[in-house]
Design a protein around this ligand. Structure first.
Ligand SMILES: [Fe+2]
Length: 314
């Protein structure tokens, strides 16, 4: 399995990235692309959710929501591209997002059962490994170790961080076989042809221009962007990325019948809450996520893991 070792230049760039991310995390300010900074109101949001959860527990609805959240859907999707390098015709990518380990005990076992029979060449994880946005990340490590032990695609496992994650996780998760893309680009080679994959740091809480600059590195090859949110899709499309994979919204997690989200953490662009969207010729996909955050419930919004098959248009 490929592990994409770090070059010296990348090691040096990571030191700068880590010091900036550590500073942003330490001050607990949301840093937005718009330049806006505001204190996180996650604690208040969690209290409101706790009241909502308590009310649901008084009814049978809570049990149904928990069962929904554990019933992970495996979705197969074929993506057709005119300029896909021929060697990658039929290449399969497993996309996982928003695992939020710990919100539902044993969710990693459900995931293992779902992933084990699947056939794929590469796995990508678009952030939010952790349940909370602060505090200990340690419970994530043994659960991810167990999960990653069953995932051995030929071209490895690539990941980006989400807004719930801390930079400290990287040094524990990379030795387990996950290569993080921290505003970095790697190339996957097959029969002397290449795919370019860029991953950015989270931009929902931790935006820096380094994330934007990372997407200016695609060098005209067939390129795929990984990011926790869809916020950088305009930059990716400008730089001729063909596919943009993200998560973050959980598809709304709690939706009205018909899938209309009550809260989505997605400003504007409703079509990006879940599933496919397009931006200036680039295909985007927002995963509804495999896990849950806040409360361990889902309504009218099934959790999902997605297998994309890349096909070259003949
Ligand atoms: Fe999430």
């Amino acid at each position: 399995m490929h592990n994409y070792p770090l070059r010296q230049k990348e090691k040096e760039a990571r030191l700068i990235w880590a010091s900036v991310r550590a500073t942003l995390e330490a001050f607990r300010f949301k840093t937005k692309r718009s330049g806006k900074k505001s204190k996180s109101n996650w604690t208040l949001f969690k209290r409101l959710l706790w009241i909502f959860q308590f009310l649901l527990k008084l009814t049978g609805v809570y049990k149904r929501g928990l069962a929904n959240a554990k019933n992970i859907n495996v979705k197969d999707v074929t993506l057709i591209f005119e300029d896909l390098p021929p060697a990658f015709n039929g290449f399969k990518i497993l996309h996982l997002s928003d695992l939020h380990i710990g919100t539902i005990g044993g969710l990693e076992d459900v995931l293992i059962r779902k992933i084990r029979p699947l056939d794929f060449d590469l796995c990508v994880i678009t952030g939010d490994f952790r349940m909370d946005i602060t505090g200990s990340f340690r419970p994530v490590i043994p659960a991810m170790e167990k999960l990653l032990d069953t995932v051995h695609p030929e071209y490895g496992i690539l990941a980006v961080l989400g807004n719930h994650d801390t930079y400290k996780m990287v040094e524990f998760l990379e030795p387990l076989g996950t290569r993080f893309l921290l505003n970095e680009t790697i190339h996957i080679e097959k029969e002397n042809q290449r795919l370019c994959i860029t991953g950015t740091d989270d931009t929902f809480y931790y935006y820096t221009d380094m994330a934007m600059y990372a997407l200016e590195d695609s060098s005209g090859e067939f390129s795929i962007a990984l990011s926790h949110t869809s916020e950088l899709s305009d930059i990716a499309a400008e730089n001729h990325y063909k596919l943009y994979l993200c998560g973050h919204t959980h598809g709304g997690q709690i939706c009205l019948p018909g899938g209309l989200p009550v809260i989505s953490h997605q400003k504007g662009k409703r079509e990006r809450v879940s599933g496919f969207w397009q931006h200036n010729g680039m295909t985007g996909y927002t995963s509804p996520g495999a896990g849950v955050s806040g409360i361990p419930l889902r309504f009218n919004c099934p959790p999902e893991i997605t297998v994309f098959e890349l096909v070259r248009k003949s």
